[in-house]
Write a protein that binds this ligand. Structure first.
Ligand SMILES: Cc1cc2nc3c(=O)[nH]c(=O)nc-3n(C[C@H](O)[C@H](O)[C@H](O)COP(=O)(O)OP(=O)(O)OC[C@H]3O[C@@H](n4cnc5c(N)ncnc54)[C@H](O)[C@@H]3O)c2cc1C
Length: 462
């Protein structure tokens, strides 16, 4: 038994400074690529054990896909974000960082835009009034969530597409009216490939974040997700961890199958271990010269969709719905999310915040169009949907792009998902696309970051 293992077996010693020192010496310097929630959570876990950790982030700020920008005197997510009440890993982190006083839980209203009509779909009663479907289909649609929640073994669904599974359980009409437009809106040409497991998890998650009256309840922090990421970053630094923003990692220095250092434009960071949290194609680029071609191809096998969020600051509200699914393929966005029907406009100096979300392949010409053209095009469609909306309502607009926004979760995804270990003994992957059977989300990013850090701590103690 080595010194570290002896330390582990002496549980009472776990928190002691002497134990931390021994383990820190053994782990040396851990370099984490990416300061999204996964990278920050990994750094936090390691820093609390006294491990030296450096986080390298290409953006100017921490937060990754859940990053923010300034609106008035507060911060707002570039891409709409909320938590579910069942997001236990986030709730635990919020408690650890003593931010629970800032946590807000609110019931939200969901709806659907279909055949030029808005339908509320927030409660069982709303569903019964959903006259886009005959009554028997409304019941079948309503039964989908409880049916989902009964499924414990997701592996039974692995070979089925979401489309086939919905057709089998709820019938063709429910599929055509409700699910096909949503799947096509989100996954475009990839929609027919999407696995039933993906949808199962989505519905289970949403179903698990409901109040007794059936209404969805979501969580947010006063000051936004930036409050959590900034507090987490400060806590890491207080424990001696370093976070370097505006520092893209360009290359790895590898000898004998071990990463020796992580190279940026003008610096080299010695590393005993590396945890890489960016999207898999970025990791594949970094590993390109150092791993067998077949392994690299495996990382590139998983495809992603990009996302564009058009964020509008308005002087009036569009509706009383937080989340509108757009089930009309003639609209260029799949969701209209009026954030200030969740976190009130008073938090943004009375500005009403609306996100228009569009998923698309990163090589779609729309993705690289100029911001002003994207906004002009989108506003035209928004006027069609809300005739009372006009240009005078618009105070400011922003366009945010993410090239790797959503992994395409195909059937038998468990066979595609790469493991944490790689052909380089001390290079570990903790990327959003590994999250499965759950779908991406900051809750799972935190879980994944912490688990990867614990794996390192265990590896070192063996
Ligand atoms: C439109 C949209 C809506 C979403 N809504 C929600 C929601 O409501 N609730 C929720 O919990 N989650 C939501 N998510 C998902 C959530 O944002 C992600 O699951 C989570 O932020 C992923 O965290 P991560 O740390 O794994 O990855 P990322 O946030 O992608 O972090 C990876 C980091 O690596 C950095 N990086 C990349 N390359 C390099 C390099 N070469 N050198 C250094 N750094 C590099 C990136 O800049 C990034 O900061 C949403 C995502 C999108 C796109």
């Amino acid at each position: 038994m080595n010194a570290i293992a002896r330390g582990l077996s002496a549980r009472s010693e776990l928190g002691s400074e002497r134990y931390k020192e021994r383990r820190a010496t053994a782990l040396g310097m851990v370099v984490i690529i990416g300061a999204g929630f996964c990278g920050l959570a990994a750094a936090w876990e390691l820093a609390q054990h006294g491990i030296k950790v450096t986080v390298l982030e290409q953006d100017e700020e921490v937060g990754g896909l859940a990053g923010s920008f300034a609106v008035g005197n507060t911060r707002l997510e570039k891409f709409y974000h909320h938590w579910f009440t069942s997001d236990t890993h986030i709730m635990q982190l919020i408690t650890e960082l003593e931010l629970q006083d800032r946590l807000e839980l609110r019931a939200t209203r969901t709806g659907m835009y279909y055949a030029h009509n808005f339908f509320r779909l927030s409660s069982p009663l709303d569903l019964l009034r959903f006259h886009a479907l005959p009554l028997c289909d409304r019941l079948r649609l309503g039964l989908l969530v409880p049916r989902m929640q009964l499924i414990r073994n997701w592996r039974k669904l692995e070979g089925l597409t979401a489309a086939d599974w919905i057709r089998q359980t709820s019938g063709e009409r429910v599929y055509q009216v409700v699910w096909q437009p949503l799947l096509r809106g989100k996954f475009g040409a990839e929609a027919d490939k999407i696995a039933a497991v993906w949808l199962w998890n989505k519905l289970k998650l949403r179903g698990g974040s409901r109040r007794k009256d059936g209404r969805e309840q979501l969580a947010y922090l006063r000051g936004g997700f930036a409050t959590l990421s900034a507090t987490l970053a400060a806590a890491i630094q207080a424990k001696g961890g370093e976070i370097k923003t505006s520092t893209p990692v360009r290359r790895l220095l590898v000898t004998n199958g071990q990463v020796q250092a992580v190279l940026t434009d003008n610096a080299s960071f010695s590393a005993t271990h590396v945890i890489a949290t960016p999207a898999l194609p970025i990791i594949a680029d970094l590993l390109h010269e150092h791993v067998p071609h077949t392994y690299e191809q495996r990382l590139r096998r998983i495809t992603y969709l990009a996302n564009i969020c058009i964020v509008l600051e308005l002087n009036r509200s569009l509706s009383d719905l937080y989340w509108i699914n757009v089930n009309d393929p003639s609209f260029p966005f799949v969701g209209v999310i009026e954030h200030t029907n969740f976190e009130p406009a008073t938090s943004y100096q009375q500005r009403h915040i609306v996100y228009l979300s569009r998923y698309l392949p990163p090589n779609d010409p729309f993705y690289t169009q100029k911001d002003a053209e994207i906004v002009r095009f989108s506003l035209g469609h928004l006027r069609r949907m809300f005739p009372r909306f006009n240009d005078a309502c618009l105070l400011q607009s922003h366009v945010w792009r993410a090239a790797y926004a959503q992994p395409v979760v195909e059937c038998h995804y468990s066979r595609l998902r790469p493991s944490t270990q790689t052909p380089l003994a001390n290079f570990h992957i903790a990327s959003m696309a590994q999250i499965y059977p759950q779908d991406r989300g900051t809750n799972y990013a935190v879980k994944q970051g912490r688990e990867t850090a614990r794996l390192l701590l265990r590896l070192q103690s063996e």
